[in-house]
Design a protein around this ligand. Sequence first.
Ligand code: S3P
Length: 217
Amino acid sequence: MIVLIGFMGAGKTTVGRLVAAKLGLPFADSDQVIEQRTGRQIRRIFAEDGEPAFRDLEHSVIAALLASQDTVLALGGGAPSHPVTRSLLAGLPVVYLRVSFAEAMSRVGDDKGRPMLARPDIRSLHAQREPLYASIATLTIDTDPLSPPDIALKVLEGLRLAWIVLLAGAWKPIHALRYCSRDHDRRGMHAGRDDARLQRRLQPGGKRARRLRARRA
Ligand code: S3P
């Protein structure tokens, strides 16, 4: 599972598709899945049910997607604001496609399919979300000057690197574990156990001692 997060216009869907094709993984976009499942456009869900109902729906769709087959998954820009969605992302490779406010606005224009763009506080929403995205990201890519294929390449490179760092991190405890068991040997813990077994066998009341006494008699 690879998850792409970021503000509207960051390129999550376009880049996600390219990354999925490179990796031979299926691609899913949470907004598209919501639209398929409800048979309604995001804009209509916002207008008819309101934003809180959309957020609940968004969370349950994402939870189901995260629990299913390995996918490159692009999340709607507001999805990481849901605390339970955030907790589900812990431990997964989460790629934050960072876009400046000005660049985001120039990419999405006044897309009527994105109801959040009509909010008067859209600029401060962008500012509030930036640290939130960064806090859950395994990898952050500044997308402003890049084309979607270049961003996709950076995602793949970055994930490879993150993987190596992860493996290096995991190697330490494994090595420590091995070292500990060798250390136990050196401190004679196994020998100690064998000594105890031998002593038990040779105890005056023990089987071996009785056998030896019987042989001698
Ligand atoms: C939203 C972003 C949209 C969509 C909905 C709400 C947001 O997805 O989920 O309009 O709150 O930022 P994109 O980020 O794919 O545009």
